[in-house]
Design a protein around this ligand. Structure first.
Ligand code: PBG
Length: 334
């Protein structure tokens, strides 16, 4: 017997197929992560992130012209200070003459049309590589102290907002930091600066290449006492609700592909915009397979980003941002 309903009827004609496509993505939903380092004339490829670079401020400004030309309108910046400048409390993170503050004000001057997001964390600036400051020794391991870390993070967020960040993005996973960041910004007259919180950030093995890029691998222990257990989804719902109550404007889930269920569940729960971070290890693994000819690069870029959007993300942080934007422009996105 011939089937009564044939879903293939809507798939045969390519125009109709596109007309009934449920998910679309624009370049202005993509946020491009970039690394900025000390020095001049530096554009150094990151071995475990092929196609991504550490830029000194002068060449970052050059590169941003190409980013804007692609159609991407927003970047998130990560700082790489001189390793001799790192200390136990990450002092350089909030220094007005620190690498991120200098980059932000230079970009604000030269590329005012870009939306600038500043990642707020201590791990790039601490000599031990943790996202907060060590408090006490438990079983011969230092435990990262929550409340003193929150204080330093809020000061960092304030320094970045003053230097020209349009949005601040705390990525440390300390409890209560969104509330303190909000308070400190408001008291400084910066109540218009939105907070994009890394609300559900997992203790993921997919951050490996990022830690190579910025040299932030923890020198003792791991991040499991503050980042989330990959086994937990209900806990993510609690985390995002807390950040919302504390004043977060956009909620981020990170990584993206291994946590599509979390993105979907958060989408069902909240009305605010959701961001998802396709992290360094997601990028690196797709690149590596494409390089070997095992995967079709364009096709997996499109499919992975559409999947993240379909799950419910409004915004996607991805190292593929510029490339994907070019694909959209050249009609290679279909
Ligand atoms: C800082 C931070 C990390 C990433 C973004 N912000 C690293 C970490 O938590 O170890 C990872 C991003 C990526 O892997 O692309 N805390």
């Amino acid at each position: 017997m011939s089937p009564h309903y044939r879903p293939r009827r809507l798939r045969e004609n390519s125009i109709l197929r596109e007309m009934v496509s449920e998910t679309s993505l624009r370049a202005d939903q993509l946020i491009y992560p970039m690394f900025v380092c000390e020095g001049q004339g530096i554009r150094q490829e990151i071995p475990s992130l092929p196609g991504q670079f550490r830029f000194s401020v002068d060449l970052l400004l050059e590169e941003l012209k190409a980013v804007l030309a692609s159609g991407v309108r927003s970047v998130i910046l990560f700082g790489i200070p001189e390793s001799t400048m790192k200390d136990a409390v990450g002092s350089q993170s909030k220094a007005a003459d620190g690498i991120i503050c200098r980059a932000l004000s230079a970009i604000k001057n030269e590329q005012p049309e870009l939306l600038l997001i500043a990642d707020v964390c201590l791990c790039e600036y601490t000599d031990h590589g943790h996202c907060g400051v060590p408090g006490k020794l438990v079983d011969s391991d230092w435990v990262i102290d929550n409340d003193s870390s929150v204080h330093l993070l809020a000061e960092t967020a304030l320094a970045y907002a003053r230097a020209g960040a349009d949005v601040v993005a705390p990525s440390d996973m300390m409890d209560g930091r969104v509330e303190t960041v909000r308070l400190v910004l408001d008291e400084a007259g910066l109540s218009q600066i939105p907070i994009l919180s890394y609300a559900a950030k997992y203790a993921s093995a997919f951050y490996g290449p990022f830690r190579d890029a910025v040299g932030s691998a923890p020198q003792f222990g791991d991040r499991k006492s503050y980042q989330m257990d990959p086994a937990n989804a209900r806990e993510a719902l609690r985390e995002v609700q807390l950040d919302l109550q504390e004043g977060a404007d956009i909620l981020m889930i990170k990584p993206a592909l291994p946590y599509l269920d979390v993105i979907y569940r958060v989408r069902e729960l909240v009305e605010v915009p959701i961001a998802a971070y396709q992290v360094s290890g997601e990028y690196a693994s797709l690149c590596a397979a494409a390089e070997r000819g095992w995967l079709d690069r364009d096709a997996v870029i499109r499919e992975s980003l559409l999947g993240i959007a379909r799950a419910g993300a409004d915004l996607i942080l991805t190292y593929f941002a510029v490339e994907a934007a070019h694909m959209m422009r050249d009609e290679r996105w279909r």
